[in-house]
Design a protein. Structure first.
Length: 261
């Protein structure tokens, strides 16, 4: 039976101040990342609060710039001050991933630790917050899918037709990735090969998002595929290449043996 999405995305409204579910997700993400790094600080040799700050700022900047220059570059080049208007919405997963990786790399080099090991630890918790983020997208009635007649289609406010709830599909996709990474993180091969979990995340996310992008209501770019198809395919290919590298050169035990000689 079709569902009418009438849930208010604003949790609390006091005068001109609104507390939205989307904002709460970012706060939970910040606190969750801090908690996770606190649990892994001895292994990584990091200051959890400092590392969280680097990663979170990198993610925010990357996500915003990614949205502006991947999806609507001409508008933001003509209106550069709108780049700062983050309250109007517009964050890109792909940009956020790149931003967080760059920030993590800078922090790892500053602390003289292996950036790939840091990436492996951080990426385990990331899909859970991506799961929550897609739920927030659903509540915001944004990033909906194509018109369909499936029995579970959703009517979004101000949007024509009953749509695929792609936000829910992708939320479940992210939850599945989270479960897989958590299940594998202590397995011998993944624990002893740098970049292994990070590359697996790229492969899983890229391939699954490629599939679900067929259901998103987005303009075709080339050969029947959208921009998100090509970005997802790029993510998949990078993940495969990185996993091959991890298998050939990423064994932490061999590196430790060489360093002791």
């Amino acid at each position: 039976m079709p569902f009418n999405q009438t849930i208010n995305p604003v949790l609390i409204s006091i005068g001109l101040v609104e507390i939205r579910f989307y904002g709460i997700i970012y706060i939970l993400g910040l606190l969750g990342l801090l908690w996770w790094l606190e649990k892994n600080k001895k292994e990584l040799g990091i200051d959890p609060a400092e590392a969280t700050l680097y990663l979170f700022i990198g993610m925010i900047i990357g996500a915003r710039l990614g949205h502006c220059f991947i999806y609507n570059a001409s508008f933001y080049i003509s209106n550069p001050l709108q780049i700062l208007a983050i309250w109007n919405g517009g964050m890109s997963f792909f940009g956020g991933l790149v931003g967080a990786f760059i920030a993590g790399y800078i922090y790892a080099r500053k602390k003289n630790i292996d950036p790939w090991i840091l990436a492996d630890r951080v990426v385990v918790i990331a899909p859970f917050f991506l799961f929550l983020g897609r739920i927030a997208n659903f509540l915001n009635s944004e990033l909906y899918g194509k018109i369909t007649n499936v029995s579970w289609c959703v009517y979004f406010p101000g949007v024509y037709g009953c749509r695929h709830p792609v936000q829910i599909y992708e939320a479940l996709k992210n939850l599945l990735i989270f479960i897989i990474l958590v299940s594998l993180r202590n397995k011998s091969w993944f624990k002893n090969h740098r970049a292994s979990l990070f590359s697996l995340f790229l492969i899983l996310y890229g391939s699954l998002r490629f599939i679900f992008s067929f259901l998103r209501d987005e303009p075709i770019l080339l050969l029947g595929l959208t921009l998100n198809h090509y970005l997802s395919l790029l993510l998949l290919l990078v993940g495969i290449a990185l996993l091959i590298w991890s298998g050939m050169n990423g064994d932490i035990r061999k590196t430790r043996k060489r360093s002791k000689r």
